[in-house]
Design a protein around this ligand. Structure first.
Ligand SMILES: *Cc1c(COP(=O)(O)O)cnc(C)c1O
Length: 383
């Protein structure tokens, strides 16, 4: 019987800690670039760290176990994982993407991807009909974030899988927001899962990392080849930090979700707040679909304030919460997507999505929930 996910976060699929020298509970950091060969034509299993390293391999095995993947490569950042992903596709390939992707994803698609002859259509993937209409004969993949960033749209992954099968496309899911603790896209038919490990998996706002998980050997072989060739690998030390971070993923996600629900309900009652977007609120349009495909709602909330002044007042006055980019760590952060994460998204698309000067996104941490509410209250009221 497979272990539960809480156990796999700590021990991997098969109790990896048993394999460490001297019974070490902590994963040894193999801080080395190269490995001596025992004899001519022989290998210890590791030759050169760009290709593989024992600390990183352990991390990759844990993430594969959590995401139910055939294989996972650990990369220097989420963007490094995305740059490998683009290399899988030939010139002329077309993608249908969720319209409010992470801003950095839009940037790499529209510059480096476009220069390589790739094309991208952005649609509201919460509407499967719009997705089907956007599919052309050159389309090779669907690229989905659910819930999306930052407007929290939920896409029906089973419906996306049905379209991917009908048209022979790869289904790619950026699973950063819910993490494998709450959602496993491969179980629902995804071919590839992307992560910014910098966020919930690392969980402490202290390390950059990215993952590209593949569901099949065929894709894994291609990715391993690109990985060792382009060299965007995760260092042994960061691999250790990620292993350490993932051990507490389950308790962090539970507390973040609990705090997020409390805060979302409080925000709804505030006169200066005009719209609260949290997937865990039953009135959220994606509530039921998310519930049918994920085990939780996560810790990300977006909201509109009455005016830009209110939004700026919150950003400038929060004390426990920090006004900072990024998400998923133990510390609560609040961002101004218009200027930060989505600054590179064209203005007309931002306007259409509601990413305006009175729109904020909060990554809820694991602090005391009432302290976070009090901090928001003092910032909001300007008292
Ligand atoms: C942060 C983020 C990325 C990029 O990851 P980095 O680790 O910052 O390079 C990609 N997708 C999503 C959803 C993100 O939040």
């Amino acid at each position: 019987m497979a272990y539960g996910i809480e156990t796999r976060c700590i021990h991997g699929e098969d109790g990896i800690t048993r394999e460490h020298a001297y019974g070490s509970m902590g994963t040894p950091i193999y801080q080395t670039a190269t490995f001596a060969h025992p004899g001519v034509g022989q290998s210890t299993g590791f030759d050169y760290t760009r290709e593989s390293n024992p600390t990183r391999s352990e991390l990759e095995r844990i993430v594969s176990s959590l995401e139910k993947a055939y294989d996972t490569v650990a990369c220097a950042s989420g963007m490094a994982a995305l740059s490998i992903l683009l290399e899988l596709f030939e010139n002329g390939s077309h993608f249908v993407c969720s319209e409010d992707l992470y801003g950095g994803s839009v940037r790499i698609f529209s510059t480096i991807g476009a220069n390589r002859g790739l094309t991208f259509s952005y649609v509201n993937t919460a509407d499967a009909e719009l997705v089907e209409k956007a599919i052309k004969k050159e389309t090779k993949a669907l690229y989905i974030e659910t819930p999306s960033n930052p407007t929290m749209q939920v896409t029906d992954l089973r419906a996306m899988k049905a379209l991917a099968e009908k048209y022979g496309l790869l289904l790619i899911v950026d699973n950063t927001f819910l993490s494998p603790y709450f959602q496993n896209p491969i179980d629902l038919g995804a071919d590839l899962v992307v992560h910014s490990g910098t966020k919930y998996l690392g969980g402490h706002n202290d390390a950059l990392a990215g993952f590209l998980c593949s569901a099949s050997k065929d894709l894994a072989d291609k990715i391993r080849y690109i990985y060792k060739t382009t060299g965007g690998c995760l260092s042994p030390f960061e691999s250790f930090l990620l292993i350490r971070g993932i051990k507490t993923l389950s308790v962090r996600m539970e507390r973040q979700q609990e705090n997020a629900l409390k805060i979302a309900n409080w925000l709804k009652e505030q006169e200066e707040i005009k719209g609260v977007y949290y997937v865990g609120l039953p009135e959220h349009p994606g509530y039921e679909i998310n519930k049918s495909q994920a085990r939780g709602f996560g810790g990300m909330i977006s909201f509109h304030t009455d005016t830009a002044e209110t939004a700026k007042r919150i950003l400038e006055r929060v004390k426990v919460i920090s006004y900072a980019e990024s998400l998923g760590g133990v510390e609560s952060l609040i961002t101004y997507p218009m200027l930060q994460t989505h600054g590179d998204v064209p203005a007309e698309i931002r306007e259409r999505l509601g990413i305006t000067d009175n729109f904020l996104r909060m990554s809820v941490g694991i602090e005391n929930g009432d302290d976070l509410i009090e901090d928001l209250a003092q910032a909001l009221k300007g008292e």
